[in-house]
Ligand binder design. Structure first.
Ligand SMILES: Nc1nc2c(ncn2[C@@H]2O[C@H](COP(=O)(O)OP(=O)(O)OP(=O)(O)O)[C@@H](O)[C@H]2O)c(=O)[nH]1
Ligand SMILES: [Mg+2]
Length: 186
């Protein structure tokens, strides 16, 4: 994320951005936030991640080196309010009513929003066991998002997952997502 901004190019016309990260329990919100803010899981101020590390309260995170962008994790049990500049919706498994409801609510806010299908590494590994290729399973996931969520614009959908099994750094379309978001913020 760049720190210097050219306001004339900035559709949101501001210097501080507050994003909301929403999605089912365990969908990878905290992991995503740490990647986005450039924080390691054991850094001070990093979001707690893990199978049992549930984020119970609405919590705002930012990187002290670049406080101009913050991300607020909104646990599944809280309603999402239209008070953020942009919205990132995460989902990690088959679609649930939570996903559909979130997308429909956020669409009505008329703010930038993005849909990130997380844990794509798991999905691809499972598909390979059924002899489905990586490219076919990615296509299936994207088509599934379009059909089930009513997100007509493919450019809003990104597939993310651990880039390799030894690290919690995200890969797949993660960098494309950062570029897309940067174009809105910078
Ligand atoms: N395989 C895989 N696991 C992931 C990925 N992202 C997150 N996880 C794992 O999923 C579990 C939940 O991740 P969190 O980031 O804590 O999810 P969360 O949405 O913040 O969870 P809550 O705060 O409990 O709602 C952890 O064990 C993560 O390591 C991913 O891209 N791939
Ligand atoms: Mg969390």
């Amino acid at each position: 994320m760049q720190t210097s901004r050219n306001l004339s190019d900035n559709p949101l016309k501001q210097t501080k951005f507050h994003g909301a990260v929403v999605g089912n329990d365990g969908s990878g919100k905290s992991t995503f936030i740490n990647n986005f803010l450039g924080l390691n899981f054991d850094d001070e101020g990093a979001a707690e991640t893990g199978v049992v590390e549930i984020t119970r309260e609405i919590t705002e995170y930012f990187n002290p080196k670049n406080p101009s962008v913050s991300l607020t994790e909104i646990p599944e049990k809280f309603p999402v309010e239209n008070k953020y500049d942009f919205f990132i919706i995460l989902s990690h498994t088959r679609f649930t009513q939570v996903d559909t409801k979130l997308v429909n609510t956020i669409k009505e806010f008329n703010k930038p929003y993005f849909f990130l299908r997380t844990k794509v590494d798991d999905s691809i590994r499972n598909a390979k066991r059924r002899k489905v290729s990586e490219s076919d399973s990615k296509e299936q996931i994207i088509n599934d998002c379009i059909e089930n969520l009513g997100i007509e614009n493919k450019d809003k959908i990104f597939l993310v997952g651990y880039a390799n099994i030894d690290s919690d750094k995200l890969g797949y379309s993660y960098n494309e997502f950062l570029n897309t978001l940067n174009n809105i913020l910078v």
